[in-house]
Each structure stands twice: as C-alpha cells, then as structure tokens.
Write a new protein. Structure first.
Length: 80
C-alpha cells in the first residue's frame, strides 16, 4: 500500500503523463484543453487556468482513459 496522493500535480506534469499514456492533445478552446485516447469513450478536458489540478479532476480523467491512481503513481515515481 502506498501513501502517495494525487494532490499538487501540475498541468505540465499531467500533460506529460497523458502523452506517455498515448493521449493526443486536440487543442485549446476557451481555456480548456481537449485530449483524446484511442478506444476511450470520453475526451479528457483540462482547465488551463487551474494549476495545480484538483485531485478529483485527475481521478475522473484517469477513469475516463481506463487507468488507475497506481498507474499514475508508478509513472511519476518510476515504480513497477
């Protein structure tokens, strides 16, 4: 069991994770970035003016692309 949290994750860091997870940035419209992932039913929407990203936004977006909190933690801290 890990004690890592999904708080204080910067936009830059989450964008890097999305890119590594195979997501594609479709552009910015009205202060919101739209990302897609092949096979995902919903797009990932990030507000470009909120940094760091709230934990519930990260959790919802991870769920939308079929990943778990542990997947992000492993990516961030280099654990397998």
């Amino acid at each position: 069991m890990n004690t890592y949290k999904l708080s204080n994750i910067s936009l830059k860091e989450f964008r890097a994770f999305l890119t590594d997870a195979g997501c594609i940035n479709k552009g910015v419209e009205g202060g919101h970035e739209k990302w897609t992932k092949p096979g995902s039913l919903r797009p990932i929407i990030l507000q470009t003016h909120i940094d760091p990203i709230p934990e519930f936004i990260i959790r919802n977006n991870l769920r939308n692309i079929g990943l778990r909190k542990e997947d992000f933690i492993n990516w961030k801290y280099g654990k397998s």
